[in-house]
Design a protein around this ligand. Structure first.
Ligand SMILES: [Mn+2]
Length: 352
């Protein structure tokens, strides 16, 4: 376990914040001493995983490192505007067998979140694990896992700041994209005062938040919006205060609307906009896996989404989690509903 030691860190805009300075410098030193960085983003990469990857890629180039960047799935098109995304390459398997490369895992809770092969690494392979997921297994040679950080991008910002690495406008843009993606534009409760200090610092680098918003959020296809329409007309609620909501999508819905799988991003959050709903579930029949993808979201004061996801073999953040079920859609709906009720009943008795 990493020992957290609180010390004040001054940002370039003169703002102080309390974080583990020792660990940040250790991470920076490890990066500094490696001639070659191989960065890995998790499967189905999101704004934080691509944003932090782009920022680290640029920092590496600025330091004259050989930098490579891999992941198992393409970056979502709404993140193509970020720097170096063109250099991000798809790789399903990787040989972790070099003592000269530093393998940097960003936003990845465990060894199975991305490319295959990490478990078979040779003893000389050095792995740097930078993450904020609660269920991170600390699989790295060095782990900077801060479960209170809003995002991996926020952790990287601390490292860059502590080590006095220049934060260019494009690095700032990348980190900002990561933090707004993971905090729902500073609305989720992982948003801390430190998150806002980071945002202030990034704004001082000349970034353009409306441009980022236009690219990341306000960039949906009409087909995707129609898919949301299909799902939203099916929302059903249950529970003593109708606090649970669920909807689902089958393959036919994608064919009818001409939408694609990635169009479901953020859909589960929409149910939470309904007054009284504190826990939302989206079940999607996936083309690629042939399984049912299940997304969970929860608010404060109800069983955490991660509890339910873990009961069903998945994982994630306390309030944003998910799993995959090898069941038919109808069976999955039944199993998920029963599991939510069961885990909620246990949670009410013990955790309140
Ligand atoms: Mn993240």
């Amino acid at each position: 376990m990493n020992q957290m030691k609180n010390e004040a860190v001054k940002t370039t805009s003169g703002i102080s914040l309390c974080v583990s300075r020792e660990l940040m410098l250790e991470v920076a030193a490890m990066l500094d001493s490696a001639p070659s960085w191989v960065i890995f983003s998790h499967s189905k990469p999101d704004g934080d995983s691509i944003g932090s990857g782009a920022a680290l890629f640029e920092a590496g180039l600025a330091k004259g490192k050989r930098v490579r960047w891999f992941g198992t799935d393409p970056a979502p098109p709404n993140l193509f505007f970020l720097p170096h995304v063109g250099e991000y390459a798809i790789q399903k398997k990787y040989k972790f067998d070099s003592g000269d490369d530093l393998y940097v895992f960003l936003d990845s809770a465990n060894e199975d979140r991305g490319v295959e092969g990490l478990r078979e690494r040779t003893p000389d392979a050095v792995v740097l694990n930078i993450d904020h997921h609660e269920d991170n297994t600390e699989y790295g040679t060095l782990n900077y896992v801060d479960r209170r950080a809003s995002s991996t991008s926020e952790i990287l910002w601390r490292v860059f700041t502590a080590a006095n690495w220049p934060i260019t406008q494009t690095i700032a843009e990348s980190l900002y994209t990561g933090v707004v993606s993971d905090t729902g534009w500073f609305a989720f409760n992982n948003t801390s005062s430190s998150t806002h200090l980071m945002a202030a610092d990034l704004l001082s680098k000349g970034i353009n938040p409306p441009r980022i918003d236009a690219n990341v959020r306000h960039n949906r296809s009409l087909e995707g919006m129609r898919l949301w329409g299909v799902a939203l007309t099916r929302v059903t609620c249950w529970g003593e205060r109708l606090q649970f909501a669920m909807t689902w999508l089958e393959r036919r819905d994608f064919a009818v609307t001409n939408a694609i799988d990635s169009d479901t991003a953020m859909l589960v959050n929409q149910m939470m906009m309904v007054r009284g709903i504190r826990f939302a579930v989206l079940l999607t029949e996936e083309a690629e896996s042939g399984q049912i993808k299940v997304n969970f979201r929860s608010k404060e004061g109800i069983v955490p989404a991660a509890f339910v996801a873990r009961t069903l073999g998945g994982g994630g953040h306390p309030r944003a989690a998910g799993t995959h079920l090898a069941l038919s859609l109808n069976e999955a709906i039944r199993v998920v509903q029963e599991t939510v009720d069961k885990v909620y009943a246990e949670w009410i008795l013990t955790d309140r």
